[in-house]
Design a protein around this ligand. Structure first.
Ligand code: SAH
Length: 344
């Protein structure tokens, strides 16, 4: 693991007071500064030393593309080693802003419907690279006069967060610490990597953010076809894990979300929905988020609006809280989970 900026600052300022170190670290996450030079509460020589040793940004935003509907912006970034990643800024009907962050360049999960999966895994993003997506989009809101504050973060961009556990945890600590974002306003979405999910249950450093599991099929054979990382016994293991999760995070607000992408003729029949109901009933405080498919060149097609609605109605009739994800930024290929490095 590389040194984080916080570690670099601490090392550089090791001869200074703890107050100065804290001041320098807080400056990075302040929404008001754009460079070390702006941090005039630090002496000029100190700012120069910091600027020489600690990069203010780890990413360069190369494109910021607004959607025609005006409620989403796709940002394309270049990393210092020339890789490309994407993030999305979305505004909901209440005017709140959400950022969808990437956690890896590419992804190793190879989900059959996902554009990122086709790239394979290039590398993990560092904690700073994850955090800097949000910092850059904050600056974009200022420069482009986008009203509102970034209040929510979803880990639903490129990559599998649980396959980059430490850096994701570090970014969560920054978001919930100096950046002041509430734990219930952050959602980490995972393809269901049980190693990471087990680890967070007993990890005192893991902030209690919301967890969403990309389920997409309630029977193992279909899920395996869609998500080749599905291990034998996954469904039962997930139920067992959810029981431990309910004990480890007993607060009512710490519900679990099951994400379910509806694909025509694949997982949207009546019997598929009943399987989903059966599974959801085995999980405490669960919610189902139905995701309309954003077409990629995967060969799958999304279920009709009617089919999505029918599925929601059945879940609700069975007493399960279900929502339909509102698709945003479709025209800029910015929908979460569709963040491929296709160069636009
Ligand atoms: N690897 C993590 C997070 C990234 S994807 C995960 O699997 O959860 C975020 C969500 O978008 C996942 O539920 C993913 O399955 C879904 N997704 C991927 N491609 C999609 C597409 N083309 N349309 C709609 N959702 C998609």
């Amino acid at each position: 693991m590389e040194n984080t900026r916080e570690q670099q600052i601490s090392t550089l300022l090791s001869q200074e007071s703890a107050f100065r170190t804290r001041q320098a670290i807080e400056a990075i996450y302040s929404p008001f500064f754009r460079s070390w030079d702006d941090v005039t509460s630090l002496s000029k020589p100190m700012r120069e030393r910091l600027a020489g040793a600690v990069s203010w940004n780890t990413l360069t935003m190369t494109t910021a593309l607004p959607s025609v509907t005006g409620d989403a912006w796709k940002a394309l970034f270049e990393t210092n080693d020339g890789n490309r990643i994407e993030s999305v800024l979305m505004r909901n009907s209440r005017g709140q802003l959400t950022v969808c962050v990437s956690t890896q360049v590419g992804c190793a999960m190879n989900c059959a419907f996902c554009a990122t999966g086709k790239m394979g895994l290039v590398r993990n993003l560092s904690q700073d690279e994850i955090v800097d997506q949000v910092r850059a989009l904050h600056d974009l809101t200022v420069d482009a006069n986008v009203p509102g504050e970034i209040t929510n973060i979803v880990f639903m961009g490129m990559g599998e967060p649980m396959a980059n556990y430490e850096e994701v945890r570090g970014a969560l600590q920054v978001f919930t610490g100096p950046m002041g974002i509430g734990t219930t306003r952050i959602t980490v979405s995972t393809a269901g990597l049980l190693s990471g999910l087990e680890r967070l249950l007993t990890d005192p450093l893991w902030p209690p953010v919301r967890i969403a599991i990309s389920l997409h099929a309630a029977d193992e054979a279909t899920r395996k076809r869609l998500m080749p990382t599905t291990a034998p016994g996954f469904i039962d293991d997930l139920v067992a894990w959810s029981r431990k999760y309910a004990v480890a995070f007993p607060e009512k607000r710490r519900h679990l979300t099951l994400e379910y992408l509806l694909l025509s003729g694949v997982n949207d029949s009546e019997s598929d929905t009943w399987k989903l109901v059966d599974l959801a009933r085995r999980i405490d405080r669960v919610r189902v988020n139905l995701i309309p498919y954003n077409a990629t060149d995967s060969g799958f097609s999304g279920s009709s609006e009617d089919a999505v609605r029918r599925c929601k109605d059945k879940l609700e009739a069975a007493g399960i809280t279900a929502t339909i994800r509102k698709s945003q930024g479709g025209d800029i290929a910015a929908a979460c989970g569709q963040l491929a490095g296709r160069g636009n």
